[in-house]
Design a protein around this ligand. Structure first.
Ligand code: SAH
Length: 368
């Protein structure tokens, strides 16, 4: 729970948390409903405007609690309509949040950590190093702020993907509170199919998720065998593919017959993008109810990787389609504002040595 001096940030509490908070104050738990509706349905975050609470109750609340949001420090709009915000979060660093408008849908890509501890070889967030978890309030605050901007245009966020900076399952408790609020009718009321937690493969986190929620699950697979995945997604050395896919099958078993897992596969030229890889992938996923999202690599300085040409990408997709997999090509959005997958970097006061090493490599390449 995030506390400002002695005051609790109510953005960090889901319905159960808020009910417990009010009970602890000697108040009735239905106060939680009132506050949730003000904050998430009416967009009111000034306690004085919550007029169905008495004056005395509002004063008590002000003494005990705050409603504090990340601060938007930058906003960029792409020529394709994608919007990227840099937001200063409670630990003083900045993370990035991206809104992707598509016909009839507004998908918000939310960050869960400042930087990332995992060091996937093709992701620029990993190169920034790591500086801690976002609070639940930091996570839900990204959605609240984006939604407020859309509401002014008569629109709303319709889908949320935890595919921004960070590994959501390594910030489990805060991500769970935030996703509860996303799906809570008194808050954002999104359906469980429209809230997606994406993981690089933290198997114990997937198993824990199954015990607490039924959000949609996406797996960043990126390779059809352990030898290659060990290199691209190093956490694979700890939780290899067979263990990961078993956790996915078990997760789905708890959800009922019509749900599936999304497999994300970033295509890297000459690395994981041949038709042999596609065949191996098709065989690997045979026993998993899944759809596949192919993401052509989005370049960043000194990445060491290239995007494959579109003919190759389409051939890879066609092979999977013919093998019976619903296979989407995730078209690149917002790359002119560095808002595409794997391009989010924020402002991370790195606690590891990774950022310094990366900067040295970029400088060396620029000098060469
Ligand atoms: N840590 C979580 C959440 C990040 S999601 C996870 O790994 O799933 C971001 C998605 O973009 C992941 O599938 C990631 O592998 C992919 N990605 C990262 N860097 C990329 C790049 N440079 N180009 C294309 N996709 C990338």
């Amino acid at each position: 729970m995030e506390v400002d001096a002695d005051r609790v940030n109510l953005f960090g509490l889901d319905r159960a948390g808020l009910e417990a908070f009010f009970l602890g104050q000697g108040e009735k738990p239905f106060r939680a409903r009132q506050v949730l509706k003000w904050v998430y349905h009416a967009g009111v975050i000034d306690f004085d405007e919550m007029t169905d609470l008495s004056r005395a109750q509002r004063d008590r609340l002000k003494a005990m609690a705050v409603l504090s949001l990340p601060e938007v420090v930058e906003r960029h709009e792409s020529r394709d309509g994608t919007i990227k915000w840099a937001m200063r979060v409670s630990n003083g660093n900045c993370v990035e949040t991206v809104l992707i408008p598509e016909r009839g849908r507004n998908t918000l890509c939310v960050s869960s950590q400042v930087g990332c501890m995992l060091d996937c070889s093709f992701c620029s967030t990993g190169k920034q190093g790591f500086n801690g978890n976002l609070s639940a309030a930091d996570i839900i605050g990204q959605l609240w702020l984006a939604n407020r901007e859309l509401a002014a245009r008569g629109l709303a966020v319709t889908n949320v993907v935890l595919m921004g900076m960070g590994e959501p399952l390594l910030n489990f408790d805060n991500v769970l509170i935030a996703t509860n609020l996303m799906m809570e009718d008194l808050a954002f009321g999104l359906s469980k199919r429209r809230v997606t937690v994406s993981t690089a493969g933290v198997v114990p986190g997937i198993r824990r998720l199954a015990e607490h929620t039924d959000v949609a699950l996406a797996i960043s697979l990126h390779a059809p065998n352990d030898a290659l995945r060990d290199v691209l997604v190093p956490i694979n050395r700890k939780y290899p593919i067979a263990m990961l896919l078993e956790a996915c099958r078990d997760y789905l078993a708890g959800l009922g017959p019509h749900r599936s897992v999304t497999i994300e596969y970033t295509l890297l030229k000459g690395v994981n993008d041949t038709l042999d890889h596609a065949r191996e992938l098709a065989a690997l996923l045979r026993d998993l109810r899944c759809k596949i999202n192919l993401i052509p690599f989005n370049p960043f300085p000194a990445s060491g990787y290239e995007r494959p040409d579109m003919d190759g990408v389409r051939a890879f997709q066609t092979l999977l389609l013919n093998a019976g997999y619903a296979t989407m090509l995730r078209t690149t959005r917002g790359d002119d504002i560095q808002a595409a997958c794997g391009q989010l970097v924020g402002q991370v006061e790195d606690r590891t040595r990774r950022q310094a090493r990366y900067i040295a490599r970029v400088q060396a390449e620029a000098a060469a």
